[in-house]
Design a protein around this ligand. Structure first.
Ligand SMILES: [Ca+2]
Ligand SMILES: [Ca+2]
Ligand SMILES: [Ca+2]
Length: 844
């Protein structure tokens, strides 16, 4: 508060004496440079390497509300990719008196340190790079200072290099050269992101332009940035040449053999005078039931004075619109960067077409009606899930989504393999197979993990459990998909007389039973052996060549009988035994055995057999494991697993263990455990429910606390993967809590989840579900078709990603950040449960 008072006095003085200076950047208490419309962040978000795609860190620019630039750092290539080396930042010093942030950037692999100092200078910042020792010889010509700009915010716009006009290309069409691999610097952990096809050479993009001064987007004041390099040339590159998720890169090489201040840039992002961010009027794009509470949360620039009132307009049958309601705006308060107010229009309750008018801003239309939620899961169950069926050909009308992937099957992963998707093969194979030997029969059933194409066994176990739970609670008979396991063929929009969910259960079980029967226990994952086809975009059937690798053939050679090849593109099975995973599988097999009975009796019996065997073996392994190793490879079964084991076997030991673990777990975190407890109620006696009651009261308090935590009243995650999953589970919990304790948990809280998912959230008001029914769903997602800036219907985006220290974001013109735009088979089947439970609740 004191700072604000001081600031406004300063700004008043500046406004009086020097009007231009009112746009000068200040270094604020959150440790970034700021003026209205421009935020320059300096290592508020750090590089972490590896699985992180590193387009969310470094020196960053949030320009008129959009994070348009990031990656500012000393980097070792023209257009760094994910899995290229990133600098550690061991030191970052914020100096308010000199208005500077000074950071050490360190490349451990090359013992190379540089010091980057960013200082507020008028309407921009100066970036200087200092070296105590010259650039290591091996990095000469490679080490440079880079800053990256978001292609979707710049393509089609103008850039000037030393006064020469150019246009940012809509698509990557640029010149490259190849260089010998001996000149290629190592990538993260020695990974290799591209296949050189035996040439021994790597691709190096050439600059689009070179000069000393670049002006980006003089034709768009919101995106206009001027960069001057004082000592050395600037180059502009297009990172999309190497990777579709690449950005435009402005870069200067660090000079060889020099120390001291070796590079200086002045960066001046344009700040539009008097700019304030447009209000983000949050509401449900799917619409509202006539009877439900209807509250729009409006996100406002803190400089914006909230209006007194907002209105609802009704669109009539002849296309006219008339104001039918005007209501008060109620302040909520500040939450991170913005100010929030609420507009309650619950009294508007007749079915029809409406929009919200807030001052000059009018939203797109939405529906009020009793049927608005009827279809919220259909796109997920009819489109997204079948498209993610592995080992099948998936057709939709005139379009093939993918051919049959991985016909050559899976090879045994060699011992001591550390995998780029965070898996590993331990010191032994734990199977009868030799390293790189074909394990026949694993190429059946299962679901692609997410935007990638691996079988994550843990996820697939959860997925089958989600399907079984949906089936057992709600018995959905929906049949819109033809699924034929003999033909290995899926045809969307072609009913085949069998409820799709039974076919999904069967498909997941086929893979997991195959693992248990063939390997003898559960695999950790079935995944790519090489990184250069892990980041595959497009048809899954083209990831591998369909032929097993034959070491007797030369590279890229095909055997004369056409049945093997010298291409190292195969998928591997990571088979290190994890008794904890086996126990989870045992519970899933018991559940799926119940569900499949009467539909596929043979598979049901096989699943039950594996359930009993795995449970027995894994329990013995765990009992014999030395105490020191129980933390490795999964410890004993958790609360939910013991419940599942009790439901399946009826054995007292499991219900005792369940209760032993449950109550302390509820005491530790009621919100984290309560859903499992609710699922237990039908299987326990009356006293269990009564013992649970005070925890439900505590959960009610948790719900109330969320109302104070943020304007949306849902659990908002601040991690590297945004928090839709937690919001979905919150909604599911409310549905089941209301079912068993309607006197404590009101059904209306479940609408907080639909509101959030369907458009009432920070940053924008688009539905986070690529779904039927929403007036304005998100347009781009991180699916396997992300290179087409498209989506797979029914996907649920992780959504609103938090970036330090105060920025929420969800790009809808740039699909490539998985933390905000990917969807997973686990997450989307959780949404299926939520949607089913929610529809069940509102129809009760
Ligand atoms: Ca994966
Ligand atoms: Ca069907
Ligand atoms: Ca192959």
């Amino acid at each position: 508060m004191r700072r604000l008072l001081f600031l406004s006095v300063v700004m008043l003085l500046l406004a009086t004496f020097n009007d231009a200076s009112s746009q000068d950047l200040i270094l604020n208490d959150l440790e970034y440079f700021e003026t209205q419309g421009v935020n320059v962040l300096v290592y508020n978000n750090l590089f972490t390497g590896g699985f992180n795609d590193e387009k969310t860190a470094g020196i960053e620019l949030i320009h008129h509300g959009v994070r348009t630039s990031q990656g500012g750092a000393v980097r070792l290539s023209n257009t760094p990719e994910q899995w290229d080396l990133v600098p550690a930042i061991p030191s970052r010093i914020v100096n308010h008196s000199s208005k500077a942030i000074e950071s050490i950037l360190r490349y451990e692999d090359y013992d190379f340190d540089s010091r980057v100092v960013v200082t507020a200078k008028g309407k921009g910042v100066e970036i200087s790079v200092y070296l105590d020792k010259p650039v290591p010889t091996v990095l000469e010509g490679s080490a440079g200072f880079n800053l990256e700009f978001l292609p979707s915010q710049y393509w089609g716009k103008i850039y000037l290099m030393d006064g020469r006009n150019n246009r940012f290309p809509r698509y990557a069409v640029g010149n490259t050269i190849t260089r010998p691999n001996s000149e290629k610097l190592k990538q993260f952990k020695g990974y290799v992101t591209s296949d050189d096809r035996g040439t021994g050479r790597f691709i190096d993009p050439l600059p689009l332009e070179t000069g000393r001064t670049i002006i980006l987007a003089p034709d768009d004041p919101e995106r206009l940035v001027k960069i001057i390099s004082h000592d050395t040339d600037l180059m502009l590159f297009d990172g999309r040449v190497l990777a579709q998720n690449g950005w435009f890169v402005v870069r200067s090489l660090l000079p060889a053999g020099k120390t001291g201040k070796v590079l200086t840039w002045t960066i001046e992002p344009n700040a539009i005078k008097g700019w304030t961010r447009e209000p983000n009027i949050g509401f449900s794009q799917v619409g509202y039931l006539p009877s439900q509470q209807k509250v729009s949360v409006i996100e406002l620039d803190k400089r914006e004075k909230p209006l007194e009132k907002a209105s609802i307009y009704k669109i009539t049958d002849n296309g006219d619109a008339a104001e039918i309601f005007s209501g008060k705006i109620v302040p909520w308060g500040d939450y991170y960067k913005y100010h929030y107010v609420k507009f309650d229009f619950s009294s508007v309750n007749s079915p029809g077409i409406y929009y919200i008018q807030y001052g000059d801003f009018k939203t797109n239309n939405f529906l009020i009606g009793n049927n608005v939620y009827d279809k919220i899961t259909d796109a997920t169950s009819d489109i997204w899930i079948p498209i993610h069926m592995n080992h099948m050909f998936v057709n939709e009308a005139y379009r093939v989504w993918h051919g049959e992937p991985f016909r050559e099957g899976y090879l045994q992963a060699p011992p001591n393999t550390d995998h780029f998707d965070l898996h590993f093969q331990g010191p032994t194979t734990d199977t009868k197979y030799k390293a790189l030997e074909l394990i026949p029969g694993l190429n059946i059933g299962g679901f692609f993990d997410a935007g990638d194409f691996d079988i994550e066994t843990g996820s697939n176990i959860s997925v089958v459990q989600n399907f079984v739970q949906t089936w057992e609670y709600f018995k959905p008979q929906r049949d819109q998909t033809f699924i034929d396991q003999k033909q290995r063929y899926v045809d969307l929009h072609r009913p085949d007389g069998i409820p799709d969910i039974l076919q999904f259960i069967e498909h997941g079980t086929l893979q997991l039973v195959a693992q248990a029967e063939i390997i003898g226990h559960m695999a950790q994952t079935l995944s790519n052996s090489v990184l250069d086809n892990y980041h595959h975009l497009g048809d899954a059937a083209s990831i591998t060549d369909g032929l097993p690798y034959n070491p007797n053939l030369g590279p890229y050679e095909v055997a004369s009988d056409g049945r093997s090849s010298g291409v190292k593109d195969d998928m591997w099975a990571f088979t290190t035994r994890n008794p904890g995973l086996d126990i989870r599988a045992a519970t899933m097999f018991a559940a799926t055995s119940r569900a499949l009975k009467g539909y596929n009796d043979d598979l049901s019996a096989r699943a039950l057999q594996q359930s009993k065997r795995l449970l027995k073996e894994a329990t013995e392994i765990l009992a014999n494991l030395p105490q020191s190793r129980t933390g490795w490879g999964g410890g004993s079964a958790d609360v939910a697993t013991n419940l599942e084991l009790y439901i399946s076997t009826g054995e007292k030991q499991y219900v005792d263990k369940f209760q032993e673990l449950l109550w302390p777990s509820l005491d530790r975190s009621v919100s984290g455990t309560i859903l499992t407890a609710l699922h237990a109620i039908p299987h326990m006696d009356v006293s269990f429910k009564e013992k649970l009651r005070p925890y439900i009261v505590k959960y009610k308090e948790y719900i109330n606390e969320l109302e104070k935590d943020n304007p949306y009243g849902v659990p908002i995650g601040l991690g590297n993967w945004a928090g839709s999953g937690a919001v979905v589970n919150f909604g599911t919990t409310i549905c089941f809590a209301n079912k068993h304790f309607p006197d404590i948990i009101d059904a209306s809280h479940s609408f907080k989840t639909t509101n959030w998912l369907f458009g009432c959230h920070p940053y924008h008001n688009y539905s986070l579900v690529a779904t039927v029914g929403a007036a304005r769903p998100k347009a781009v997602f991180y699916g396997n078709n992300r290179a087409d800036f498209s989506f797979i219907p029914g996907n649920v985006a992780p959504g609103i990603l938090f970036r330090q220290p105060d920025h929420f974001e969800n790009y809808d013109d740039w699909p490539f950040l998985w933390g905000q735009n990917e969807g997973t088979i686990g997450g989307n089947t959780s949404y299926l449960i939520f949607g089913s439970a929610f529809k069940n609740l509102i129809n009760r």
